[in-house]
Design a protein around this ligand. Structure first.
Ligand code: 5GP
Ligand code: ZN
Length: 111
C-alpha cells in the first residue's frame, strides 16, 4: 500500500536498520527503542493488523523470529513478542508488526 509507512520501509523509500530478512519477512530496529534490543518483524504482504494477518504469514513471522533469536542471548536469556491491535491496543502503524524486545530484564505485567 503506497501510503503505508512500513510498506515504504519495505520499498526502501524510508531507510531502516535491517536486522533480518527472508522471502516473506523483514525485520528492523525500532526508531524509538523501549528496551536495549527492540526490533519490528513485519510481513512483506501488507495487512492492517493481527486480525487481518493470514495464518501463513503468522507462521512465517514465527519462524523468522525463531531463526533470528536462535543461538543468541535473546534465546537463552529470554525476550518478549508483542503485537498491538487497534486503538485500545496502542497500535499506531497499521501494517501488522511484532515487537521483539529484550537485551535486559523486562518488567512483568504484574509489577
Ligand atoms: P505500534 O505502536 O503500532 O505497536 O508500533 C509502531 C512502532 O513503530 C513504534 O514502536 C515506533 O517507534 C515505530 N516506528 C514508527 N515510525 C518508525 C520509522 O519510521 N522507523 C522505524 N524504524 N520505526 C518506526
Ligand atoms: Zn503496509
Amino acid at each position: 500500500m503506497s501510503e503505508c509507512l512500513f510498506c515504504k520501509i519495505l520499498n526502501n523509500e524510508i531507510p531502516s536498520n535491517r536486522v533480518y530478512e527472508d522471502d516473506y519477512v523483514y525485520a528492523f530496529e525500532d526508531i524509538n527503542p523501549l528496551a536495549k534490543e527492540h526490533y519490528l518483524f513485519i510481513s512483506k504482504n501488507h495487512s492492517e493488523n493481527f486480525n487481518d494477518l493470514s495464518s501463513d504469514d503468522l507462521v512465517h513471522i514465527h519462524q523468522a523470529i525463531k531463526k533470528f533469536t536462535s543461538g543468541t542471548k535473546l534465546e537463552t536469556d529470554g525476550y518478549r513478542v508483542v503485537t498491538n491491535i487497534n486503538s485500545f491496543g496502542g497500535q499506531t502503524v497499521f501494517h501488522t508488526h511484532f515487537h521483539v524486545l529484550g537485551g535486559e530484564q523486562l518488567k512483568g505485567f504484574g509489577v
